[in-house]
Design a protein around this ligand. Structure first.
Ligand SMILES: Cc1cc2nc3c(=O)[nH]c(=O)nc-3n(C[C@H](O)[C@H](O)[C@H](O)COP(=O)(O)OP(=O)(O)OC[C@H]3O[C@@H](n4cnc5c(N)ncnc54)[C@H](O)[C@@H]3O)c2cc1C
Length: 315
């Protein structure tokens, strides 16, 4: 028989525009933890300014795992679920602006997938339909896991991340300045990720991932590649083989100089092979319970080579 639904006590925040829910037992590990449910970004930022110790919850697919395992015990929760401004995407000249509260399922929208194919490819590999319906882009950045699937894509694209706080207003930082270590961001107290800006694709993009199985799997290695035919550049970032996604500008320059930009084909197979070897040398994998470093380095070589072959062969 299904357990009884928890009783909930509802109230209003002092400003009156944010609903406050006090769950009552038995409702799991957030029992008794006040949860603020603002309906606007201003409301959310105001609540965080009043209490920077609030724990931000978007989809909860990372946070609730930590809570359930006792790794985090929030004193108060700020849920972004009702903040519609954080969800959705739009085109702003040559960029796509994607709200932090946009779910993986939203990222699979064919209209968006045409503009940022690698992000859609990465989203397709995340968790299960339930996780994709709930987990968000902002949550992936907030967790800053070395294996977070959107992160190599955002690094390869040189994404800019929009942040906001009540005290400091809005600012924009390159993703590499936000994700600064394993599960570590440079977010200031009271600050939220509000959106991500990426360029509209001007060439083929790829996202490839190796895990222990085909679905519901954390990356052992991932590789994102973005070719910009207009600027004649290649961006490549690796996931799960360093404390943060790994890019190597020297390797990107090496391959850019060897591509047949006018012909649109790989001039020689040795270019893809050399690219794979160089990206493997740039990676900084560790041995852990998922895979030994040597396997990861080998997987990087294969994925980087394959990504370049697919991107360049598909023109
Ligand atoms: C079964 C399962 C499978 C999974 N599979 C994958 C996978 O294949 N690939 C993958 O990358 N991840 C996977 N995950 C992890 C998780 O789903 C993702 O990291 C997801 O993007 C987290 O988003 P969320 O909205 O649920 O974040 P939440 O859990 O709500 O929050 C995560 C962190 O980000 C912070 N945060 C959230 N939003 C913001 C914001 N706007 N501004 C500032 N901080 C914020 C929160 O405070 C918290 O610290 C999986 C998780 C589970 C449980």
């Amino acid at each position: 028989m299904a357990p009884p639904r928890p009783a909930r006590r509802r109230g209003r925040s002092p400003t009156g525009n944010t609903e406050v829910v006090h769950p009552s037992p038995p409702s799991g590990n957030l029992v008794g933890v006040p949860t603020l449910l603002p309906r606007s970004l201003d409301g959310a930022l105001g609540a965080l300014a009043d209490d920077p110790a609030l724990t931000v919850l978007a989809g909860g697919t990372d946070l609730m795992v930590d809570v359930n395992y006792g790794r985090r015990r929030p004193a108060g929760v700020l849920s972004l679920r009702r903040v519609g401004e954080l969800r959705g995407w739009r085109v702003d000249r040559h960029e796509v602006v994607i709200g932090a509260g946009t779910t993986y399922t939203d990222l699979l929208d064919p209209g968006l997938a045409r503009l940022v194919p690698a992000l859609a490819a990465a989203s397709r590999t995340v968790g299960s339909p339930q996780i994709r319906n709930t987990g968000t882009l902002g949550g992936n950045l907030g967790t800053a896991s070395p294996a977070g699937d959107t992160l190599p894509v955002l690094f390869a694209l040189g994404a800019q991340v929009e942040l906001a706080s009540a005290a400091g207003g809005a600012r924009t930082v390159p993703v590499a300045e936000l994700v600064i270590g394993p599960k570590l961001t440079s977010l200031a107290p009271g600050e939220l990720v509000t959106a991500v800006r990426v360029p509209v694709a001007a060439g083929p993009q790829e996202f490839l991932k190796v895990g222990v199985r085909n679905a519901m799997v954390i990356a052992i290695v991932s590789c994102a590649l973005a070719v910009d035919r207009e600027r004649r550049t290649v961006g490549c970032a690796l996931g799960a083989v360093g404390p943060v996604p790994v890019r190597d500008p020297a390797v990107e320059d090496w391959v850019t100089a060897r591509l047949d930009w006018d012909g649109g084909r790989l001039s020689h197979q040795s270019v893809a092979e050399g690219f794979g070897r160089r990206m493997a040398a740039a990676s900084r994998p560790i041995d852990d319970h998922r895979a030994p470093a040597a396997y990861r380095r080998h997987a990087v070589e294969v994925l980087a080579r394959r990504a370049l072959e697919r991107a360049w062969g598909s023109s």
